[in-house]
Write a protein that binds this ligand. Structure first.
Ligand code: SAM
Ligand code: DTB
Ligand code: SF4
Length: 331
């Protein structure tokens, strides 16, 4: 297999990778992984929901959309001090990246954005990589986040262009790509991936990877989420995705985007240690961990720091320190 970094993938080539005999696929992905990454290192990330619920968007999977009746209670923007203290505890537990999520359609130029910029500065100055996921961004807002020291911006494509409007009607695929492009014009790194289990076909999964792998450069970070079926949302009755589909997706992302971090994100809580080990073998090199057993909201469980430390020890894996690149710049 060629190990060059490509942004000219054909959809059929990616499909052929995804469809390879499973163990051959995992072996090739593991080989690529070893070429570009230290396979003993896993980055542990912590999500902080800085503003929860009441979102005007209609993403059919999401517990935070105001259109669906879920158990999530809307909450105002957290105080900066609260965010810093969660980040401090996370750092002590081996976390090197903190991702702040807000249930917004888009960032507005208001006092709340100013507060988020202050949070980014303070958490960055603790020596952590800071990622934000705040909805759509203008080019100017991306530059302001860059100036605050932001390390990464998360904005997922979620699925293929063709399937997108089945899942979300309040924005388009090109809105998504546009925000990613605005982030790309800065030094902030791009985090973009998707979800398995929305009722999408294999062609949709391959289509999403095709779009991501043909971005130039590739997103530095590619989260692979497994749908957590949230009661009250249109996708509440979706069947569970098989672990083998998850492994195929991770391996195909690893082979097509060799230098990117591939993050085993939502849905990990229902995987056994053996299943997670398979995901790491297939090239996943990051997890989200927590002290309160939730990802952003109570609807999506997350293993806790102690359980994860035990698992990493068992598998002979170590936590990765924060990247030194550009930490503190502009902050
Ligand atoms: N509001 C921002 C946005 O949509 O860009 C950021 C927050 S949103 C929670 C970030 C991502 O989490 C989504 O793009 C989706 O991939 C993932 N996600 C949300 N709800 C999920 C669920 N129930 N199961 C799995 N992944 C989910
Ligand atoms: C991503 O791709 N996965 C994380 C992060 N980016 C923001 C979120 C996972 C889903 C959280 C859903 C919930 O907790 O309600
Ligand atoms: Fe809002 Fe993001 Fe949830 Fe969509 S995924 S409803 S934009 S919080």
């Amino acid at each position: 297999m060629s190990l060059e970094i490509r942004s000219d993938w054909q959809e059929a080539e990616i499909r052929a990778i995804y469809d390879m005999p499973l163990l051959e696929l995992v072996y090739q992905a593991a080989s690529v992984h070893r070429q570009y990454h230290d396979p003993r290192k896993i980055q542990v990330c912590k999500l902080i929901s800085i503003k929860t619920g009441g979102c005007p968007e209609d993403c059919s999977y999401c517990a935070q959309s105001s259109r669906y009746k879920t158990e999530v209670k809307p909450q105002a923007l957290l105080e900066k001090e609260t965010v810093v203290s969660i980040a401090q505890k996370a750092k002590e537990m081996g976390v090197s990246r903190v991702c702040m999520g807000a249930a917004w359609r888009e960032v507005r130029d208001n006092s709340q954005f100013e507060e988020v910029l202050e949070m980014v500065k303070d958490v960055t100055s603790m020596g952590l990589e800071v990622c934000c996921t705040l909805g759509m961004l203008s080019a100017n807002q991306a530059k302001r986040l860059e100036a605050a020291g932001l390390y990464a911006y998360n904005h997922n494509l979620d699925t293929s262009q063709e399937y997108y409007s089945t899942i979300i009607t309040t924005r388009t695929y090109s809105d998504r790509l546009n925000t990613i492009e605005n982030v790309r014009q800065t030094n902030v790194t791009v985090c973009s991936g998707g979800i398995l289990g929305l009722g999408e076909s294999v062609d949709d999964r391959v289509g999403m990877l095709h779009t991501l792998a043909n971005l130039h450069p590739h997103p530095e970070s590619v989260p692979i989420n497994i749908l957590s079926q949230v009661p009250g949302t249109p996708l509440e009755n979706q069947p569970d995705v098989s672990i083998w589909e998850v492994v195929r997706m991770i391996a195909t992302a690893r082979i097509t985007m060799p230098t990117s971090d591939v993050r085993l994100s939502a849905g990990r809580a229902r995987l056994s240690k053996v299943e997670q080990a398979f995901c790491f073998m297939a090239g996943a090199n990051s997890i989200f961990s927590s002290d309160d057993n939730k990802m952003l909201t109570v609807t999506t469980p997350c293993p806790d720091y102690n359980a994860d430390r035990e698992m990493l020890n068992l598998l002979g894996l170590e936590t990765r320190p924060p990247s030194k690149r550009e930490l503190g710049v502009g902050g």
